[in-house]
Design a protein around this ligand. Structure first.
Ligand code: HEC
Length: 133
């Protein structure tokens, strides 16, 4: 009987301690730029290209993220809806990503796109005769 107590008591205490141990730590938050880059490379680059022009072998496949006044001038919510639900327009058709990506993943991809591709400013033309001023 004594032996049983010697074995059972620590076992019960151990089980109780294990049950009381803190819950598993939540997954460490991932930098949206890192997540966005991963998603862009996996899901978006095939049409939008590494340079964001949406042109591959001189053939336009998707919206050009570098175009001044282009798609990136639209709000985050509009772009999010386009990516989640798909969009057909002048450039062609983008499939809906809702079945394969979560909203935060699309937002991360958009954060990456906004950080990487900026509509280029129209080049300033020199003023005729300006060099003599
Ligand atoms: C199969 C090709 C294809 C893939 C893959 C693709 N896109 Fe597109 N995307 C397009 C096309 C085509 C358009 C332009 C539609 C149009 O003509 O308005 C577009 C437009 C967009 C726009 C502008 C939307 C708007 O409201 O004007 C954003 C932002 C965008 N894509 C982001 C993404 C992201 C993020 C991914 C990856 C998760 C992705 N795309 C994957 C083809 C693609």
């Amino acid at each position: 009987m004594k032996n049983l107590v010697r074995i059972a008591v620590p076992a019960i205490i151990g089980a109780l301690l294990a049950a009381c141990s803190p819950p598993e730590a939540p997954p460490t938050s991932v930098d949206p730029l890192v997540l966005g880059r991963t998603i862009y490379i996996k899901r978006c680059v095939s049409c939008h290209n590494h340079d964001g022009t949406g042109t591959l072998r001189r053939k336009p496949y998707a919206a050009d993220f570098n175009q001044p006044g282009g798609v990136l001038s639209r709000s985050d919510d509009e772009l999010l809806a386009s990516v989640l639900d798909g969009k057909t327009g002048a450039y062609g058709t983008m499939p809906a990503f809702r079945p394969i990506l979560k909203e935060h993943e699309v937002r991360a991809a958009l954060t990456y796109i906004r950080s990487q591709f900026k509509p280029k400013q129209a080049e300033l033309k020199p003023i005729p005769g300006g060099e003599t001023l």
